[in-house]
Each structure stands twice: as C-alpha cells, then as structure tokens.
Design a protein around this ligand. Structure first.
Ligand code: HEM
Length: 152
C-alpha cells in the first residue's frame, strides 16, 4: 500500500508541476509571440480549462495520498521535512483554488464577451500565480527529497 500511495502522489505531482512548467516556459511565450490577442486569449482559456480540470484531480490525489502516508506513520512521528512538505502543499493547493475558482471564471467570461483587455488582465493574474506555484512546487520537491538531510 505504501508504494501505491507514493506512486499516486508522485504521478500527480509530475502532472501538476510538469504541466505548469510546460505552460509557463514553453506554451505561453510562443503563443504570445505568434498569435494576436483574440486568438491567443481564446486558445489559452481553452488550454487552461483542460489543464485545470486535471490539476483539480491531481491536487485531491496529492493531498489524500500525502496525508494517508503521514497518518499511517503517525503525525507526531512524521519527520520534519514531511510536515514542511504538507504545509507547502496546502499553500499550493490554496493558490490553485484561487486561480481555478476566482480568476479562471473571469477569464472565461471575458473571452466569451470578447472583452480582450479584461481577458488579458485575468490571464496576467493567472500567469503570476501559476509562476508562484511553479516556484513553490520546485521548492516542495527539494524539501521532499533533500529535506531529510536538512530538517530531519
Ligand atoms: C498536503 C500536501 C502533501 C503531503 C501531506 C505530503 C506528504 C508526503 C509524504 C508523507 C511522503 C512520503 C511518502 C513515503 O515515503 O512513503 C511524500 C513524498 C513525496 N512528496 Fe509529498 N506531500 C504533499 C504535497 C507534495 C507536493 C505539493 C509535492 C511537490 C510539488 C510533493 C512531493 C513529494 C515528493 C517528490 C516525494 C518523494 C520523496 C522521496 O521519497 O524521497 N509532495 N509526501
């Protein structure tokens, strides 16, 4: 069971963090360079809609598998870097909730209304928070893997 939970945890982390890396560093710059605003914003809203649905599931899997493992070991006995990972993971999940539940519906509405300045502003806010979550994701992977030597 332990290995199954770890597999699910890591598979979901790879989808989430890898997807943010691809969206931020590969898709976004090329789309911004090659497409005019109307096409760029409609494309990004459609792509992010698909991605965020998968991330919603990934977040549930990460939090469930992570706490299931911590619970099995015992929260008091769990090493310090597991607690740090849980704190960072919950912060990332909260940021994702803001993106998906507050900002993304605004982007969708603005794209549907063909209000490109408003859509651009929403996408910009989403971009900043995704970049923040990508940084936190990288930090969390570092804490999860290197943390045993540093925190215990
Ligand atoms: C509420 C959130 C989270 C909790 C409670 C949690 C908990 C855990 C636990 C208990 C393990 C050890 C599993 C084992 O060895 O059996 C683990 C492993 C791991 N977690 Fe998390 N985690 C959370 C979020 C995250 C996030 C957001 C990331 C990355 C962005 C992450 C990355 C990792 C990695 C890379 C490992 C493997 C570490 C290793 O085996 O060396 N975790 N997590």
């Amino acid at each position: 069971m332990h290995t199954v939970l770890l597999f699910l945890h890591l598979a979901a982390v790879i989808v989430w963090v890898g997807g943010m890396f691809f969206a931020h560093f590969c898709l976004r710059p090329v789309v911004a360079e090659q497409l005019p605003p109307a096409q760029r914003l409609a494309l990004m809203a459609a792509v992010l809609g698909r991605f965020f649905r998968v991330v919603g599931l990934a977040v549930v899997v990460i939090v469930f598998s992570g706490f299931a493992r911590m619970g099995a070991v015992g929260f008091a006995q769990a090493p310090g870097h597991w607690h740090a990972m849980a704190g960072l993971g919950l912060l990332m999940a909260a940021i994702f909730a803001v993106i998906y539940l507050a900002l993304f519906p605004k982007l969708q509405a603005a794209v549907a209304a063909q209000d490109w300045p408003a859509a651009g502003a929403s996408l910009n806010s989403i971009r900043r928070l995704v970049a923040g979550n990508l940084l936190l994701g990288a930090l969390t992977v570092a804490v999860a893997t290197l943390g045993a030597g540093l925190v215990g």
